[in-house]
Unconditional design. Sequence first.
Length: 202
Amino acid sequence: MKFNESEFRKIIGFIPNPNHEKVLDCRAREIVVVAGRGFGKSFIAAYIAFRTFLEDGKKIVVIAPSYGLADKIFDNLHNFRAKGFKNLKVQNKPFKKFSAPWGSYIAAKSAEAPQEILGERYDLVVVDEAAQIARTIFHQYIYPTTSKGGNMLYISTPFGKGSWFHDRWDRAKELGGAFNFRSIDGMPYLSAEKKREEWERA
C-alpha cells in the first residue's frame, strides 16, 4: 500500500504541534521519548506504528509492562481504523492484533508474559512505559525481536536514572533520536496564561 502522510493526517484529523512533529520527523533507527503525562506519548506511538503499518508487509509489535497498558496505544489504533480503515481485520484473543490485506500487522505483547514476545523479528518495536520494564526482560526478550534494519521506539514517563531505558536514551541522544518533554510541551498553542495554569498542575 502506498503511504501518503498528508492524506493519513487528514483522515484521522491530526494536526501535530511542533514538539510532536520533532518526534514524527525523526528518522533515527532508535527513538527514545521521555515525556510527562498528557504530552501525547501514546498517540504519537500509535501514529508511528500505524504509519509503518500502512506500508506493505510490515510487522509491528507494541510491548508494554502489561496488556492493559498496551491498550492505551491500541485504543488510538482503533480510532484510526474507525475513521477510514474499516477493512482491517481485528483480533482480540489471545492478544490484540490488527492485520491488513497488504500483509502488515500490529500485535500487542506484555512484559508480564515475556516468552510470548519471542519468535518473530519485527520491522518496528514500540515499547510503552519502557522505564517500568526490567532490564533482564528488555535484553533477553525485547531487544532480540528487532529485525535487521528494523526500528525501535521507546516511550515512557520519567522514572529515574540507572535503568536500561536511561542507557538507551543516552545512546539515542548521541545519534539524534532522544527527546525529553514536559507535559505542557504537548500544548504549545495555549495562551501564556493557560500555559502557566497547566504548568502549575503538571
